[in-house]
Design a protein around this ligand. Structure first.
Ligand code: SF4
Length: 378
């Protein structure tokens, strides 16, 4: 299949480059605890061996940052750091990585009195000083509340675009152009729409594609394939991640799935024409990362999928998330949401909390909520 790629600029990330004429690259993220250096190095190297062009590692505190310095010594993989709320950790980790990912929706958490533009200036300076690229990573579940407030509640696309565009403008004005953007949602149709609209307005900016919380394979791969086929076959997208809810030893499956999708698109084997999940039960679950608070999360996601099979004909979305960092926000839009703490699982009905339940008591509670929802819609 002859694909004319969007004329994006070239952005170097360590030993590779994305955008322009470069092949579309494949990324993944570790799900080990970053401070467990041996386990994290093993996973980084397993992903690298499977063909990962970039491996992202989450850093939430100074101990994670110190661990990352050790991890850097033990791998040749191109490393990206995932900053969440504490953007100031950037200066500690930038010397050890090739790319910094920040989420515009998380910048307001620290030093609230400081304008976000100053925080972006700081991040751009740290990146430039340490030869790092950047990713402006916009996520449907954590858009900056100030931007979200500008739009109607049912419009989730415009706030994501607005947030991405204003951060691009800020970086451009600072003269920092070594960045890419990602706009992720758990709904492949929204991923398609938001990325198409972004690419039409900013065809120069490389795009990192992903369907967040795509969930367990094979459904997670199918959802991701739908979005990637529609975008990549139009020349939109420069680097990809297939986010799957799988146990640690299976993480390289994300790379294998990504490479298979790219090969199929290049060969013209594009098959997605369906509106996946719009008229059926849709289970979304995060791919897990170092922030998972109880390893039982992966098993729980599998059990939720099994237990809810009886409801497969109903257009209901159930979200299963692994931690308190993104779990509370990213379950808000699901009909029913679970986010996992160390000893209990939080059950939600959209943004309303139903309660906290032990891991061995959550499935019957979820079933009761699901039955009530089905009955209410009958
Ligand atoms: Fe990691 Fe939490 Fe996001 Fe899951 S919800 S991928 S554990 S940050």
């Amino acid at each position: 299949m002859q694909i004319t790629r969007n004329p994006t600029r070239s952005v170097r990330i360590g030993s590779i480059a994305i955008g322009a004429e470069h092949p579309v690259t494949v990324q993944s993220m570790t799900a080990t605890h970053t401070q467990n250096i041996d386990a994290t190095v093993e996973q980084v190297n397993a992903l690298h061996a499977a063909g990962a062009d970039v491996v992202r590692v989450a850093v939430d505190n100074t101990k994670d940052a110190a661990a990352l310095a050790e991890i850097r010594q033990q791998t040749k993989a191109n490393l990206s750091v995932d900053l969440q709320e504490n953007y100031r950790l950037a200066e500690l980790v930038a010397p050890h990585v090739d790319k910094i990912r920040y989420n515009p929706g998380h910048l307001y958490h620290h030093e609230r009195e400081k304008p976000w533009q100053e925080k972006v200036r700081y991040l751009a300076q740290v990146a430039a000083d340490n030869d790092c690229a950047m990713r402006v990573g916009v996520n449907c579940g954590s858009v900056d509340p100030a931007v979200k407030d500008r739009y109607a509640h049912d419009d989730s696309i415009s706030p994501m675009l607005d947030s991405a565009w204003e951060h691009c403008r800020a970086l451009d004005e600072l003269g920092f152009t070594r960045y890419c953007v990602s706009l992720k949602d758990s709904d492949p149709q929204k991923v398609i729409e938001v990325n198409k609209r972004f690419a039409a307005a900013r065809p120069d900016v490389p795009l990192h594609l992903g369907v967040t919380e795509a969930g367990l394979p094979p459904d997670g791969i199918i959802k991701t394939r739908i979005a990637f086929e529609q975008l990549l076959s139009r020349g939109i997208g420069d680097t990809i991640r297939v986010s799957l809810t799988v146990s640690n030893p299976r993480k390289p499956e994300e790379i294998e799935a990504g490479r298979r999708i790219l090969a199929d698109i290049a060969a013209g084997r594009v098959r997605s024409v369906v509106d996946f999940g719009l008229n059926t039960l849709n289970i979304i679950s995060c791919p897990s990362c170092s922030r998972v608070e109880n390893e039982a999360f992966i098993d729980l996601a599998e059990q939720v999928k099994e237990m809810t099979r009886y409801a497969s004909a109903h257009a209901i979305t159930i979200a299963v998330m692994g931690c308190r960092v993104n779990g509370p926000g990213e379950t808000d839009d699901a009909d029913l949401g679970l986010w996992c703490g160390p000893t209990v699982v939080n059950l939600k009905r959209r943004s309303e909390t139903v309660g906290q339940f032990p891991y061995d008591a959550i499935l019957p509670r979820l079933k009761a909520e699901l039955d009530a929802l089905i009955a209410a819609r009958a």
